[in-house]
Design a protein around this ligand. Structure first.
Ligand code: MTE
Ligand code: MO
Length: 332
């Protein structure tokens, strides 16, 4: 008897129904994406990264088994067993590489995360194009085990490696006019087949209020599980904001702009009713298509009980005061 791959796909215990999690237009774009991806992979070939193009702090290829040296342990790490590495690296949202959760791992192999520069612009006293190395090196790398949340009700425990974004921003001196920060993902359709589809406005943009960006929990992240970030998780540099839904954690960042006005962000632009600018984890405010009161840990069996979701994903003591006096049902 032959087993249909379609069936195998759908009995995976970690899979929510795609219709639950994906805007309809996006879901329907999937088949089109697979065609585009196949062509791109054939065209790009398997160009290897030249040795010597790695920044000094990334002395090794970002691959399994290459630990990041000199990482201090953050004393406040979440307790509990970290989510299985395999799941965190094969169950991703990264639309530049595909719309299904397994596609970023499959279609990001030709992406080249080194060398890498980040352009810093806008209301800032030290604008410029910085080598990622120069942005990170002055700060001590820390391993921080954070609880992390996807919009679609999955929670994970991930040991990220990075430096507090606020420390980097302080060095660059925002001007008195800076109230917001916008972060932009690289636009490279030859390496990112998903960018050939208009499912989101490319490049992917996310934004934060300046005080959120400066908050000591906001991590400018270069690694996870003691190793450099794999491409599908946002190599070589991404944000992690543990009190917000996953889509605020923009991946493969090449541009950071300090602004007076609130930036237009990709998800808010495409589905404003569903994805607000703040996106704080909030059990009291439902997504229009599903409850956000409970969550399931990635890797748990489908029939295991859901856990209640905590306000601000359990980081309320740290961050609730940032939103004092705001109506979080309106400013969701
Ligand atoms: N550039 C870019 N960044 C992105 C996304 C994306 O599609 N493109 N997806 C977001 C969403 S919806 C989530 S849940 C997280 C997932 O991060 P992970 O794959 O490391 O779990 O990345 C976020 N960052
Ligand atoms: Mo997400």
């Amino acid at each position: 008897m032959s087993i249909s791959p379609f069936l195998i796909r759908h009995v995976r215990p970690t899979d929510p129904r795609p219709s639950e999690i994906t805007p309809k237009a996006v879901f329907e774009g999937r088949r089109e994406f697979l065609k585009v991806a196949a062509k791109t992979a054939a065209g790009a070939g398997a160009a290897a990264m030249a040795p010597g193009t790695m920044p000094a702090w990334a002395a090794s290829e970002p691959a399994r088994g290459q630990p990041i040296p000199n990482v201090a342990k953050w004393p406040r790490s979440a307790t509990g067993k970290p989510t299985d590495y395999k799941l965190v690296t094969t169950y991703n949202n990264f639309y530049e590489f595909g719309l299904d959760k397994d596609e970023p791992a499959l279609f990001s192999k030709d992406f080249k995360p080194r060398p890498w520069t980040v352009k810093i612009e806008g209301e800032i006293e030290k604008p410029g194009t910085y080598d990622l190395d120069d942005l990170i090196r002055p700060h001590a790398l820390e391993e921080r085990v954070y609880r992390f949340r996807c919009v679609e009700a999955w929670s994970m425990i991930v040991p990220w490696v990075g430096v507090p974004l606020g420390d980097v921003i302080k060095r660059l001196n925002p001007t008195a006019k800076a109230k917001y920060v916008a972060f932009e993902t690289v636009y490279r359709p030859t390496e990112m087949p998903g960018q050939k589809l208009a499912v989101l406005k490319w490049p992917y943009v996310e934004g934060l209020r300046l005080d959120e960006a400066m908050h000591p929990l906001t991590l400018l992240t270069v690694g996870m599980y003691g190793e450099w970030l794999p491409n599908q998780n946002g190599a070589p540099v991404r944000l992690v904001m543990p009190w917000k839904y996953g889509f605020k954690s923009v991946k493969s960042v090449v541009r950071i702009v300090f602004t007076e006005n609130r930036p237009v962000t990709s998800w808010n632009l495409s589905q404003p009713r569903e994805y607000g600018f703040y996106a704080n984890v909030n059990p009291a405010v439902d997504h229009p298509r599903w409850s956000q009161a409970k969550e399931r840990r990635l890797g748990d069996a489908f029939f295991s009980p859901r856990q209640p979701t905590l306000p601000f994903n359990g980081y309320a003591e740290d961050v609730a005061q940032l939103y004092a006096g705001m109506d979080l049902a309106k400013l969701f």
